[in-house]
Write a protein that binds this ligand. Structure first.
Ligand SMILES: [Zn+2]
Length: 177
């Protein structure tokens, strides 16, 4: 099975894009066009000039022919949950201590101080709840958006895996089209 370039109708300069990318370079002594692969309106276009024996341009080519970047799950959700855990645990640990201190009775000044201090763990709990809400909303958004991004990416990768590149013309093309 040979892949025919749609532009020059030959197969001798055609190489799989994923192979070019993975090898990083094409041939050691490179003679051919330096291609610029451009994306516009979802179509691959190209322009280029003819050079000889530049291996770094091949590496550059490999970079240009890199596959679409895999969408990463946002990590901010985790830090929210960590913050939630710390705030809530800290607040809950302090609360009975302070209530106990108040219940056993102290001098008026200290008690006033404790009444004030009780707002600190209470605030922490409130902050914890707010953070939990944010974390939960972020997770829900992530759960609905990430599969869509992954589906798009899988399509792009599927296309990319079927892309071939003609070194003569500097053309990347989908063999299935
Ligand atoms: Zn060609």
């Amino acid at each position: 099975m040979s892949i025919i370039c749609p532009k020059c109708n030959k197969d001798d300069q055609v190489q799989k894009v994923s192979v070019i990318y993975e090898s990083g370079t094409t041939t050691g002594s490179y003679h051919g066009p330096v291609a610029t692969v451009t994306h516009s309106d979802g179509k691959l276009g190209s322009s280029g000039s003819y050079v000889t024996g530049v291996s770094s341009s091949s590496t550059h080519l490999a970079q240009r022919l890199a596959p679409p970047t895999k969408p990463l799950k946002p990590s901010f959700t985790c830090s929210y949950y960590a913050g939630v855990g710390m705030a809530v645990i800290f607040g809950i640990c302090l609360l009975p201590t302070l209530i106990g201190s108040l219940a056993y009775g102290m001098s008026g000044d200290v008690r006033d101080g404790m009444v004030f201090a009780i707002w600190i763990p209470l605030t922490l709990v409130v902050v914890g709840i707010v953070m939990a809400k944010k974390g939960w909303d972020g997770k829900k958004q992530q759960d609905t958006e990430h599969p869509k991004l992954m589906a798009d990416w899988n399509k792009q990768i599927d296309t990319w895996n079927n892309l071939f590149y003609c070194h003569r013309d500097g053309t990347a093309f989908d063999q299935r089209e």
